[in-house]
Every structure is written in structure tokens, then in C-alpha cells.
Design a protein around this ligand. Structure first.
Ligand SMILES: Cc1cc2nc3c(=O)[nH]c(=O)nc-3n(C[C@H](O)[C@H](O)[C@H](O)COP(=O)(O)OP(=O)(O)OC[C@H]3O[C@@H](n4cnc5c(N)ncnc54)[C@H](O)[C@@H]3O)c2cc1C
Length: 336
């Protein structure tokens, strides 16, 4: 097996986030000589964290410039680490930073890159990458002869490496020539943590469909209550919020909307394909373009007034033919 470089960037506190440890586990499973390349303001804590992973070299690019997510500095760090390692295969987690910077680094090194990999295995002695095509409808296994071969591993596909940390790992510092950058990071604006509705690590995906904003059996729309019920369920179950296309589209059409619902929440063929263990669909019909986004959700339940909805046709394990307002009201009472 060829030499493998695991590329990781540290977080603001110098730690390694879960996606880096997932990519490390995938890199180790390939079985070749392992190098680890770290980029960040400080990397010693991260190096200590992975010191027991069996890497023959831990390389690092450090300095304040590498704390920020920024194409020029991220690409420069990754390029320097790859050149110093000389590894044939470079595995990295598909974080927003690496997803943006590594395709350019692969080009600089004359290599190739595969993104959205969901697994790495060895077949007939050759490393191979698994990924899905056509909005998760077909799974393919790819091999390549071109090197260096970069692989961006999607988050949540592999159990993270859980080896014990060690003290004072040996780190080889790699110098990077000063990079030209037009981007200065002046601060970060982010919603408060409790306003965050997309939680990839949550065990439960709570999906809201357009039914929440439609006229109910009493002839009226109950947007305010819908908001309170959905937010209550999210808070109580610490669930991640998904939406149907109809619901997120109505946000842009000036209709009665749920203000916390955006296109980022959309699940389905033209939305996302999240990987939660369980899913609860509410007021959503369960049409195929929506349900295709549930491919990786293993336990599925739906609440719909319509006993003939799409979920009832073999797409959910359990369908409650009921008023979602009443069900979620009761659910929130129990969660409280
Ligand atoms: C090319 C293409 C791509 C698409 N991509 C996507 C995609 O990525 N994601 C996606 O979601 N859709 C996608 N769609 C659209 C999809 O086909 C459906 O139109 C959409 O999912 C319907 O959304 P909905 O179920 O929320 O709304 P509706 O079809 O309006 O269903 C609302 C449901 O709410 C139920 N309901 C109402 N009130 C209550 C209540 N009180 N309690 C319980 N149930 C209630 C109703 O019975 C109904 O079943 C795509 C379509 C096309 C053509």
C-alpha cells in the first residue's frame, strides 16, 4: 500500500474536530504508511491527540495566518504539507475549508481529487473510494492511477478514531512562503447556538412540511402555533430541522412562513441528504423527490392527516394518521 497523508486543520481552540478523526480512521483502515499533516495557529494539542494513531511523520504548518478559513492560506498550508510528505494518497475531511481549498491544491500538484467520498477500502490490493451519484441514487466504487490522489471524505460516514492521546508528540514544522491574500477576517457573525436549527450530529431529524402553513380543518392558518410547536420539539429533542421544498420555497414567495426555515433546511433530491439515525416527518406528504433525501435515515416515522400520503406507501416504518399540531403539542408536553 502506498503512503497516505491525513490532512487536518485545527479548530480555534487548537483541537481536532470529529470530521478530522473520522478521516483519520478511514486513512488508517487503508493500511499504508501513514503521515499526518496539521494546519492551524497551534497544533501541538492536535498532534498529541493523534500521536497514538501510528503515523510515521506528523507534519505541521503553524502560525496565526493559518487559524482563519481562507483559500490562499489554507491552500498554501495544504500544498506545503503534501509536498513535504510526498504521499501518494491524501485523505481529508470534507469540511468547508478543505472542500474549498483542496481541489486547487490537487491541481497545483498535478494530482486528482474525488469529493463526497463516503468510504475508503482496499480492493484487489488497490485503494478505492465509494461515493454516490445522481442525488444518492447510485453508489459507485472508484479507483484511480493518477497520483497524488486527494479524497475528501464526507462527514458522518465513518466512526471517528478513538485512540488515546499521548503527551509531547514529535512534530516536524514545515515552512510556508508568505502568501498573497486580499482577504482579511475582521470577525465572525453567527447565529446564537440555540438559534441553530441544522445539527448534523443530532440523533433525530425533525422534518416540517408545507402542511404546517396551510389552512387547517377549522379553516384557518395557525402559523404562530406551528412555529412554537416546531421550535419546542427541536429544543426538547435537540433535533435537527429539515424542511420540504414546498415549505422552504414559500419563504421566498411572501407566503405565511416559518422564519427560521431556509433553503439550507431542505431535504430531498434538490436539497440535502442528511445522516441522522431517526427521522420524524410532520405535515409533509412524502413525495419521492423529498423522500430520496431520507436515504440514509434508517428509522422513519411520519405524521400526516392523509392515510394515503406517500409515507404510507412503504416509505416510513410507522405512519401516524393524525393531526401533527395535536401530536407535536403532546410530544412537547412529554419532552418538557
Ligand atoms: C425536480 C424536482 C425536485 C424536487 N426536489 C425536492 C426536494 O429536494 N425536496 C422536497 O421536499 N421536495 C422536492 N420536490 C417537490 C416534491 O415533489 C413535493 O412537491 C414537495 O416535497 C411537497 O412538499 P410537502 O409535502 O411539504 O407539501 P404538500 O404536498 O403540500 O403536503 C402537505 C402535507 O401536509 C399534510 N398536512 C396538512 N396539515 C396537516 C396536519 N395538521 N397534520 C398532519 N398533516 C398535515 C397534508 O395531508 C399533506 O400531505 C421536487 C420536485 C421536483 C419536480
Amino acid at each position: 500500500m502506498e503512503t497516505i497523508l491525513l490532512l487536518a486543520h485545527t479548530e480555534f481552540d487548537g483541537s481536532l474536530a470529529r470530521p478530522a478523526l473520522e478521516a483519520l480512521a478511514a486513512a488508517i483502515a487503508l493500511g499504508g504508511e501513514l503521515h499526518i499533516g496539521l494546519a492551524g495557529a497551534q497544533v501541538q494539542a492536535a498532534a498529541d491527540r493523534v500521536a497514538g494513531a501510528g503515523a510515521t511523520r506528523i507534519l505541521a504548518v503553524t502560525g496565526d495566518a493559518f487559524a482563519q478559513a481562507r483559500y490562499s492560506t489554507d491552500a498554501a498550508a495544504a500544498e506545503a504539507l503534501c509536498r513535504a510528505s510526498g504521499a501518494a494518497i491524501v485523505v481529508a475531511p470534507a469540511t468547508s475549508r478543505w472542500s474549498r481549498a483542496l481541489p486547487g491544491v490537487a491541481y497545483r500538484l498535478g494530482g486528482r481529487i474525488d469529493t463526497h467520498a463516503t468510504g475508503l477500502t482496499v480492493r484487489d490490493g488497490a485503494p478505492s473510494v465509494t461515493r454516490w451519484f445522481y442525488r444518492q441514487r447510485m453508489e459507485a466504487v472508484l479507483t484511480r492511477t493518477a497520483r497524488p490522489w486527494f479524497v475528501l471524505l464526507d462527514v458522518g460516514c465513518v466512526a471517528p478514531w478513538e485512540g488515546a492521546p499521548a503527551a509531547s508528540a514529535q512534530v516536524e514544522t514545515i515552512a510556508v512562503a508568505a502568501t498573497q491574500s486580499r482577504t482579511t477576517v475582521t470577525g465572525i457573525q453567527a447565529p446564537k447556538a440555540d438559534e441553530q436549527t441544522i445539527r448534523p450530529d443530532a440523533p433525530l431529524l425533525f422534518v416540517a412540511g408545507a402542511g404546517w402553513t396551510k389552512k387547517q380543518p377549522d379553516g384557518a392558518v395557525h402559523i404562530e402555533e406551528a412555529q412554537q410547536l416546531i421550535l419546542g420539539a427541536l429544543r426538547g429533542a435537540q433535533a435537527s430541522l429539515g424542511g420540504s421544498k414546498s415549505l422552504v420555497d414559500s419563504t421566498g414567495e411572501g407566503e405565511a412562513v416559518l422564519p427560521f426555515m431556509t433553503h439550507l433546511n431542505q431535504v430531498g433530491q434538490t436539497g440535502s441528504t442528511p445522516r441522522h439515525q431517526k427521522g420524524l416527518s410532520t405535515c409533509c406528504h412524502g413525495e419521492e423527490p423529498h423522500v430520496v433525501g431520507w436515504r440514509f435515515v434508517t428509522e422513519r416515522r411520519a405524521v400526516n392527516l392523509d392515510a394515503n400520503c406517500g409515507w404510507a406507501r412503504g416509505k416510513a416504518d410507522v405512519v401516524y394518521v393524525a393531526d401533527a399540531f395535536a401530536v407535536v403539542r403532546e410530544l412537547n408536553r412529554l419532552l418538557a
